[in-house]
Every structure is written in structure tokens, then in C-alpha cells.
Design a protein around this ligand. Structure first.
Ligand SMILES: [Zn+2]
Length: 113
């Protein structure tokens, strides 16, 4: 359940931002998760709900967007969507593709009052 520690660091960011902007209540939280990250969205939602009890984010609605991973082939220099554990270039079949996104987990947007 590393979702708990992720939810805790998300809450830390929310609390820092809330302090900075004098926010009393966070209403919406938008998070982007790369499809290659090992985070389970349902587990993250649950962990977030539990740890935000009694905080500014207690009533916040968590919106999770799963972002497809994108790889880049060093041979063809093209970007392509990665949907399996094998990062094969659709043009040349080369495995040595670099993953340019898909592992991220970031707060993209916070709405507050
Ligand atoms: Zn290629």
C-alpha cells in the first residue's frame, strides 16, 4: 500500500498551497497518473479519503486521470504509445525506446474556497 505514502505527500502539497493562499477548504483535486506507474487509482482514492479526515481537503473530490505512457525510439526518433511491458517501436521493433512519460504522478489542479 504505497498509495498511503503517496496520498500523504499529496496532502502535504495541498496543505502548503492552502497555507500560501489562505484557503479554508479544498473542493477538487485533479491528479495525473502515468499508466506505467504502479499506483492503483482506487487504492489512492481510498487512502486519500482516509488521511484527509480533519484537514482542509476533507471534502475534496479526487479526480484521477490516467495518462497513457509514451515511448521514443532512438532509431526512428518517433514517439509512440506504450501499452504493454515491452517498449517496442512500431516502426523498427527496437526495444531500446526511452520512456518520455507514463511514470509520473502529479497534482495538475487544485480547486479551493
Ligand atoms: Zn524505431
Amino acid at each position: 500500500m504505497h498509495e498511503v505514502s503517496i496520498a500523504q505527500s499529496m496532502l502535504k502539497i495541498i496543505e502548503d498551497e492552502s497555507d500560501k493562499h489562505g484557503v479554508s477548504r479544498v473542493t477538487q483535486l485533479h491528479v495525473r497518473i502515468g499508466s506505467l506507474s504502479t499506483v492503483v487509482p482506487e487504492a489512492l482514492s481510498f487512502a486519500f479519503e482516509v488521511i484527509t479526515k480533519g484537514t482542509v481537503a476533507e471534502d475534496a473530490e479526487l479526480n484521477i486521470e490516467v495518462v497513457p505512457a509514451v515511448g521514443r525510439c532512438r532509431n526512428c526518433n518517433i514517439d509512440f504509445k506504450v501499452d504493454s511491458a515491452l517498449f517496442l517501436c512500431p516502426e523498427c521493433g527496437e526495444i531500446a525506446a526511452e520512456i518520455i512519460c507514463g511514470k509520473e504522478l502529479e497534482i495538475s489542479h487544485i480547486e479551493a474556497e
